[in-house]
Design a protein around this ligand. Structure first.
Ligand code: TRP
Length: 467
């Protein structure tokens, strides 16, 4: 029997896994990716990736975790032997690198909360002024260091408290509040002038806008948003009870994550259009559009709603940074036999240091802001863009590709079925089994394998295979 302490219930697992999934990926990155990659066409492809590829991989990860009761490195080593252990290590590495820049963006969100609640951010007047403020803000080293360090400290505090007291409790309280605020803002956004242009852009697909870039951006975004490809759900799966149905738990998490992303798009894009901002504005989109909206609400109302929004964005980010940090920490706890607190402190420090070049790449240090030896989609990337491309756009789908090969070729879908059956007695022979087996054996390896190659060639070497 497991000596591991785990989630107290299925709700605990679902809340924590949904908390891991819902984060900056949904509210910061999904709307700007949609805006930059053709609107509804992107949304359509994104949804296909989520349900056909993301969901089967999610179930696979949870099953591997619950079977082995280990971190990703230990799990692959246990089921696949030494020749597969590197894959788990690769996941741990992706966790460290993704968290290193994620924490910087989370720091912006928290900084905006502080500026709205305690400063006078909401008085700049025009969309351009908010755009300029964002550039100045992110290039300010002192502010960013302070807030991202603070964010890392809070994350470490929750992770150090352990699975049930820390991760689970935080997620159960925070997730519902986020939903409420989002709904309120959508209703408000839809009443603004020109909001419907935003809705059309978001929901009326123009398939001629689909390019290879749309495809890999949507794929990376799907993995990132569901927290897949690096074993975060292997780790969380190792804390879930045997009697739980991991297929339905995984499906609820997928649906919750997708709804929040969908709603965030329905909030931001109408706001973008009603303020006459470019939908393709990139990573600053949320930070440049929303403050103007809150200012227009006027006085105290704007301050309260704006403050609440950025606070919740920080909180959504926090339940995600927790899951990202939990992966390397569980590796140290299981494999190096270090205590939880020591593992957490050391890892948090490493991640923070690794994040410094990303932090400094937003204007503060010019060579990090423009890596002139690279060219992504026609312009020089920042160091943060580089880490994002390597570990998120390539690393996560690659992890998913290898994981689907692992299940179909090494561990075998019969063992997967046996594990799922523990909490889902009717699984063997069911339609859902056939669907998952087919996806994991054929669709995931083939589609992900091709996509990873195309992404690397096009993104890093500017070799365009198809239009
Ligand atoms: N899914 C989170 C978001 O959308 C980010 C995240 C948390 C993540 N844990 C992860 C991404 C593990 C990949 C792997 O913001």
């Amino acid at each position: 029997m497991a000596s591991r302490s785990g989630f107290s219930s299925r709700l605990g697992f679902v809340a924590a896994a949904a908390g891991s999934a819902v984060g900056l990926g949904n509210i910061w990155s999904f709307p700007y990716q949609t805006g930059a990659n053709g609107g509804a066409a992107f949304l359509f492809i994104y949804l296909a990736f989520i349900f056909l590829i993301g969901f089967p991989i999610m179930v696979g990860e949870i099953a591997i975790g619950r079977r082995t009761l280990l971190n990703p490195y230990g799990a692959y080593k246990k089921l696949g032997g030494r020749s597969w252990a590197w894959l788990g290590f690769f996941g741990v590495l992706c966790g460290v690198m993704i968290l290193s820049f994620y924490n910087v963006v989370a720091g912006w969100a928290f900084g905006y909360f502080v500026q709205i609640a305690f400063g006078d951010l909401l008085s700049l007047g025009s969309p351009e002024a908010y755009g300029n403020f964002f550039s100045t803000y992110t290039s300010n080293v002192g502010n960013n260091m302070g807030f991202s360090l603070m964010f890392m400290v809070i994350t470490a505090f929750i992770v150090a408290r352990g699975v049930q007291n820390g991760i689970e409790t935080a997620a159960k309280i925070l997730m519902p509040v986020l939903f409420l605020i989002l709904f309120g803002l959508i209703i408000y956004a839809l009443t603004l002038p020109n909001a419907m242009d935003g809705v059309r852009f978001y929901l009326q697909p123009d398939f001629s806008k689909i390019t290879v870039k749309t495809m890999y951006a949507a794929l990376g975004q799907a993995f990132f948003s569901l927290s897949l490809g690096m074993g975060a759900l292997i780790t969380y799966g190792s804390y879930i009870g045997k009697k739980e149905n991991i297929v339905s738990a995984g499906f609820i998490v997928t649906l919750a994550d997708t709804s929040v992303a969908f709603l965030a798009g329905l909030m931001i894009l109408p706001l973008v259009f009603s303020q006459g901002i470019e939908a393709s504005g990139g990573p600053g989109l949320v930070f440049m559009t929303l403050p103007g909206v809150f200012e227009n609400m006027g006085g105290m109302t704007g301050t309260i709603i704006g403050g609440a929004f950025f606070l919740l964005l920080s909180v959504a980010a926090l339940t995600s940074t927790v899951s990202l940090l939990e992966v390397p920490v569980s590796y140290l706890v299981d494999d190096k036999k270090w205590g939880r607190v020591k593992s957490t402190l050391i890892m948090a420090l490493i991640v923070f240091l690794f994040g410094l070049p990303s932090l400094l790449s937003q204007g503060a240090v010019s060579w990090l802001t423009e890596l002139t030896f690279l060219c992504f989609d026609g312009s020089y990337p920042t160091f943060l863009d580089l880490i994002q491309a390597a570990f998120l756009e390539v690393g996560l789908p690659f992890g998913g590709f290898m994981m689907s090969l692992f299940i179909s070729q090494k561990w075998k879908t019969s063992n997967l079925a046996e594990e799922i059956q523990e909490g889902f007695p009717n699984y063997p022979g069911s339609f859902i089994e056939k669907f998952l087996n087919f996806m994991l054996t054929w669709v995931c390896p083939i589609v992900l394998g091709i996509m990873v190659i195309i992404t690397v060639l096009q993104k890093f070497f500017q070799i365009v295979i198809i239009g």
